[in-house]
Design a protein around this ligand. Structure first.
Ligand code: HEM
Length: 260
């Protein structure tokens, strides 16, 4: 058997053959455009992996495990936000030179991004129709019907003695409507009486804010690069993206801040 090497462990031969610019004559910036999207997809994969652990931590009542993983997720999210700076070094003229070669391809169809939204509880079933291909659609349908991080968070709160209202437990898993006053009252009480739980809630808020920051930075990147043109995915572009700006992952954690 041949010895394991850096290349063979990471399968670099395959990985580095995956960048195939389509522009003719070659547009220099298309390589950056491909690499950055591929890097994002790898990070999305890692984030989904971490979220599975958070779900187990919550249901198992593991506070420190959950804090640790939320901190990691938050740090990845900050890296994702920062990487947009690199893409902003591409001018609108350079992007226009190869944009038509993207046909209808768009980040819109990133099913891992959408899986992340769904698994965090931000379920928008109407997004299923944009899934590109049967595998993407199946992955999203599965996430839509599975309990989200918020459902597992209720398990965690139950470990802390919180009575979870039946109406929340009985909601169909595909429901995207998650704010609840009873949970907000419980969070408020725990925030002020249990400092170790407050650390968890702050870590969750960090990730949430980071996610909203990514959306804001992405929409500004889009606006400066294509202005009010329609998206290659077929949406209105900036106008469409603005609709989900500032939509939190954990609305209950934001609803109580004025009372803390
Ligand atoms: C020049 C750079 C970029 C442009 C012009 C751009 C443009 C757009 C537009 C117009 C949309 C709306 C959907 C559509 O009709 O296509 C969109 C959605 C999206 N893009 Fe980008 N994008 C860029 C870079 C990126 C990067 C680097 C990522 C990283 C993965 C990304 C991920 C997404 C995602 C996930 C959505 C769906 C967002 C949502 O539904 O809230 N985009 N993009």
């Amino acid at each position: 058997m041949s010895q394991l090497t850096y290349d063979s462990y990471l399968k670099l031969g395959g990985l580095l053959a995956l960048q195939e610019p389509r522009s003719t004559p070659p547009e220099h910036d298309e390589m950056l455009f491909i690499v950055i999207h591929q890097v994002y997809e790898l990070w999305f994969k890692e984030m989904l992996h971490e979220v599975e652990k958070v779900k187990r931590d919550f249901t198992g009542g593991d506070l420190y495990g959950a804090i640790h993983t939320f901190r990691r997720l938050r740090t990845i999210m900050k890296t994702l936000v920062q990487q947009l700076d690199i893409l902003e070094t591409m001018t609108p003229m350079s992007f226009s030179a190869f944009r038509d070669r993207l046909d209808t391809a768009s980040g819109f169809q990133s099913y891992q991004f959408r899986e992340f939204e769904f698994v965090m509880g931000l379920k928008r079933p109407d997004m299923l129709k944009y899934a590109a291909g049967p595998d993407a659609k199946a992955a999203l349908e599965k996430r839509l019907l599975a309990p989200s991080v918020i459902d597992h968070f209720y398990d965690f709160l139950a470990h802390q003695g919180v009575a979870i209202p039946d109406e929340l437990r009985e909601k169909p898993p595909s429901s995207g409507d998650r704010a609840n006053e009873a949970i907000q009252r419980a969070l408020l009480r725990l925030y002020t009486s249990r400092p170790e739980l407050a650390i968890l809630f702050e870590s969750m808020t960090d990730l949430d804010e980071g996610f909203q920051e990514w959306k804001y930075r992405h929409v500004k990147l889009v606006e400066r690069t294509i202005g009010n043109k329609r998206g290659t995915g077929g949406s209105l572009g900036v106008e469409f993206l603005k609709q989900s700006l500032f939509r939190p992952l954990f609305p209950d954690l934001w609803a109580i801040r004025h009372e803390l």
